[in-house]
Design a protein around this ligand. Structure first.
Ligand code: SF4
Length: 451
């Protein structure tokens, strides 16, 4: 249990560090040709991400880039655009490098019909080759997925599915405009397992309106009865300046106070650990024999835009409206407006909105932050070898904060060796990582709270 004094001291807005620098620092000043040249210079296997933005109805808590529609024919034009975007990418980067990871996110990939899902898979297979052990994963909405969609995905080689559940209580579901009976969750998870999916993740959110500790306990009991391999328990990020639909929530029902949020966070942590799950970091839990737990034990965990990952591939090529791509030295993000995205792709252009070129300082700090986030440690010798810096001098400004965190029991600091995160510190990883972030302003308001 996190001591109350630590919660009060360390509760502040902070990034989730799925990238460093975070997407807030991407800019439209980076020349497109430079970003394209960065992609062309990549070597080795690649990961693909497809952003499929359509959803049938709006969940009022949602801050994702999505398009609400009930018209599934809209996905046909989107598939045409994805094909053109892949062609433009391959014309520059070549088709030879294999794909070791593919992820369909959204939005709701399960909005796509069976023929559309089949077509998407063919579009990819006609252009790229998978490695023999490629990992194919998909986000599924229990309200729009069915046995036929699951079967077509399984047939295409998908083995990991992530189901958005959030909360099973009808009162909460009503308050967030997402009605999803538990029977539906159970049925589609059983269908996925029956079709050959070997890894099931469930996403939950705490901090939603109408959530109370007693109802949250029922949600935890219910999702544990599905025996997922992984769970992600996210704190609801109330960022109405970025997701205006969240204002509907504010107006309709009060959000749980900080005390109640903390009680629900602690309850989830205790119940999941008691049920045998390992805490991976941030909001993620996995069964002991799941690849994430194994990677954590073996020190081979990574973090990217999809969260924690077992694959180290340095290039992520993102396709679709708002998709983010990553190379060794850059980030680029596609246009966030669907019509603007179509217009660029249909002209044969890369549909870029903004990007970022990492400086040497970014590389050093990114390494430090990802070591903390993934392995709960930072070795000074590693920094010396990789970057030729003297770490205690380079991070001089971070040392007083790290010493305070040591006094608070979050980490141990050794002037000769580096830092190690303690058991309590694993719960406050973001705060520790934030000490290495050169861009963070005191009390930065553009991020959600760390606890
Ligand atoms: S939470 Fe998922 S299903 Fe709901 S609006 Fe957002 S992307 Fe769509």
């Amino acid at each position: 249990m996190l001591p109350r004094a630590l919660v009060e001291k360390y509760q502040r807005p902070g990034p989730r560090y799925t990238s460093y620098p975070t997407a807030l620092h991407f800019t439209d000043h980076v020349v497109e040709d430079t970003l394209i040249a960065e992609a062309a210079a990549e070597t080795g296997p690649r990961s693909l991400y497809f952003h499929l933005p359509f959803c049938e109805s709006l969940c009022w808590f949602c801050a994702c880039a999505k398009v609400i529609t009930q018209d599934t024919t809209k996905a046909d034009r989107y598939l045409d655009a994805l094909a053109r975007e892949m062609d433009a990418y391959i014309a520059v980067t070549g088709a030879e490098r294999p794909v070791e990871q593919l992820h369909l996110g959204g939005g709701s990939p399960s909005f796509f019909t069976v023929p559309q899902l089949g077509r998407l898979q063919r579009l990819v297979e006609e252009r790229f080759q998978y490695t023999p052990d490629a990992e194919l994963s998909v986000e599924l909405d229990p309200r729009t997925v069915d046995a036929d969609k699951i079967a077509v995905l399984a047939e295409a080689g998908f083995r990991r599915a992530s189901f958005g559940v959030q909360d099973v209580e009808p009162k909460v579901q009503h308050a967030v405009h997402r009605i999803q009976p538990s029977k539906m969750n159970r049925q589609c998870i059983e269908q996925a397992r029956g079709a050959g999916f070997t890894s099931i993740n469930i996403d939950l959110i705490y901090g939603l309106p109408e959530q109370r500790p007693d109802s949250w306990a029922r949600t935890l009991d219910e999702v544990l009865s599905y025996s997922p391999d992984r769970l992600a328990v996210f704190a609801y990020a109330h960022v109405p300046w970025a997701a205006p639909a969240q204002r509907i929530l504010e107006k309709r029902s009060p959000l749980p106070d900080a005390e109640t949020r903390l009680e629900m966070l602690e309850m989830a942590n205790e119940r999941l650990l008691a049920a045998g799950y390992h805490f991976i970091g941030m909001d993620h839990y996995a069964l002991p024999d799941d690849e994430l737990s194994v990677a954590q034990r073996e020190g081979s965990l990574h973090r990217n835009f999809q969260g924690y990952s077992t694959r180290a591939g340095r290039e992520i090529a993102g396709f679709g409206m708002s998709a983010i791509s990553q190379t060794h030295g850059s980030f680029r993000q596609n246009l966030k407006d669907l019509e603007a995205y179509y217009a660029a792709v249909e002209k044969g252009e890369w549909p870029l909105e903004r990007g970022y070129l990492l400086t040497e300082d970014d590389h050093i700090r990114r390494y430090a932050i990802m070591e903390v986030m993934c392995h709960g440690q930072l070795r000074w010798d590693d920094l010396r070898e990789r970057f030729g810096i003297e770490p205690t001098a380079y991070f001089q400004e971070a040392l007083p904060q790290l010493s305070t965190m040591e006094e608070d029991g979050l980490l141990t600091l050794n002037a000769e060796e580096g830092l190690n995160v303690t058991h309590i510190g694993w719960r406050l990883l973001r705060n520790i990582a934030m000490t290495f972030d050169a861009y963070l302003k005191p009390q930065e308001q553009r991020h959600a709270r760390t606890i």
